[in-house]
Ligand binder design. Structure first.
Ligand code: HGY
Ligand code: MN
Ligand code: MN
Length: 411
């Protein structure tokens, strides 16, 4: 079986058109106009393949290839099409393209699955707009409710619920199909690695052994707003400097951790009032801590919280920490991974087993079904950046492994 790389690259080029920042990377945040048009594009490509298309109240899309025994639990694949601001063309979208191309490959081979195979798009995997990641897969898993949608507010003050309605969805009909009632046999997601382990080894495919999970905290330091020239250094309660010290302590604790895989990031800092000649009275910042080990992650969260409170006390500032989510890491399903390894070997496609530092919808879906992931390299391991790039040949190879695995898992 050899994948039609033209189908993959044409599909991805078509997806690039739905972008709020042309020429400055891809910005396609969940429940925006670009996102709504991208969803229509996906539905059309599913219809063009002869798949039965359906969508739920939060914007998850399902493209079903009915099996000969549709009463059996379905086989799922899929990923996301939303992006971070000024991100790349392949984070998420490559996995949707691969799912469609894998089904197309199997159809062209004359194969008919026993189980229905569904190629899916999960809404809102990125947390950038509402501070909550994996909106669609959480809704399926019962970890997000319509009430949560009304209470999640973007930086511009719009609720997730209203934004979903503005994007043409019907969150009021949440309970029609959410949380997921049916049982699903398994889920395999293809995704770009977003690290450079595969590229370093010159390998086109990775089989993911574990998916790290994030603890996302929203932190607010409150100090005293003052004049940048008038207030002496000794008398300041500078919210930013306190936050900066807390961030540096986070970095040193993460670097000192003995964990097999752990990361800590402060990716979003907002100062108030945010003027060059004013000592900030308040500093809001995000903390993103991940590990493939739940205990290592909670140890880092706990030790950082303690140090941060000590810094706040010493500097005479307030510190409020809100936990947005704290998810369980996932060790990928051994049976699925055996099938993925066999598929790659049978296709003479060299592969390595790798850990996923990034989380994915598969992490959340693992609460409902056994899950495996296939990685392909991305240039320099760069992602969440306009520099994100892949080799179409690697995506084609990953698609062939996905197709072979779907064929096996749909029996
Ligand atoms: O942040 C992540 O791990 C994912 O790419 N949203
Ligand atoms: Mn991402
Ligand atoms: Mn992603």
């Amino acid at each position: 079986m050899s994948t039609d790389t033209k189908y993959l690259s044409d599909w991805l080029k078509g997806m690039d058109a739905f972008n709020a920042t042309p020429g400055e990377g891809i910005t396609r945040e969940v429940y925006t106009a670009e996102f709504a048009r991208a969803e229509d594009y996906v539905k059309k490509s599913m219809t063009d393949l002869g798949l039965e298309v359906s969508a739920d109240a939060v914007g998850n899309i399902f493209g079903r290839w009915r099996g000969t025994e549709p009463e059996l639990p379905e086989m799922w694949t899929g990923s996301h099409i939303d992006s971070v601001p000024h991100g790349g063309s392949y984070d998420g979208a490559a996995g949707v393209a691969a799912g469609l191309a894998a089904v197309r490959l199997l159809m062209d081979s004359g194969y008919r699955p026993r189980r229905t195979i569904s190629v899916n798009v999960y809404a809102g995997e990125e947390m950038s707009r509402f501070g909550k990641c994996c909106i669609g897969s959480r809704a399926l898993a019962g970890a997000l409710t319509a009430k949560d949608m009304r209470e999640s507010v973007s930086a511009s003050g719009e609720t997730m619920y209203d934004a979903a309605r503005a994007a043409g969805l019907h969150p009021g009909r949440f309970a029609d199909a959410l949380p997921l009632k049916q049982s699903v046999s398994a889920h395999v997601e293809l995704h770009i690695e977003q690290n450079d382990l595969l590229e370093q080894q010159g390998l086109p495919v990775g089989v993911v052994t574990g998916i790290c999970a994030p603890a996302n905290l929203r932190c607010r330091v409150t100090g005293e707003q003052a004049h940048a020239g008038g207030r002496s250094m000794a008398r300041r309660r500078d919210a930013f400097m306190a936050a900066a010290e807390m961030a540096l302590v986070l970095e040193s604790l993460a670097r000192a951790s003995k964990s097999a895989y752990i990361t800590a990031t402060v990716g979003d800092v907002r100062l108030s009032p945010g003027a060059a000649n004013v000592v900030p009275g308040a500093a809001d910042f995000s903390v993103d801590i991940r590990s493939v080990s739940a205990s290592d992650k909670s140890a880092l969260v706990a030790s950082w919280r303690e140090k941060a409170q000590e810094i706040a006390k010493r500097r005479g500032v307030g510190l409020a920490i809100e936990t947005l989510n704290d998810d369980e890491p996932y060790v990928c399903d051994a049976h699925i991974n055996e099938i993925l390894r066999e598929a790659a070997t049978g296709l003479h496609i060299p592969f390595a087993e790798v850990v996923s530092g990034p989380y994915h919808d598969s992490l959340i879906l693992s609460r409902l079904m056994p899950v495996g992931m296939i990685f392909i390299p991305c240039a320099g391991g760069v992602s969440h950046s306009r520099e994100e790039n892949i080799k179409m040949d690697d995506l084609a190879k990953g698609t062939e492994v996905l197709a072979a695995a779907l064929k096996k898992l749909a029996e």
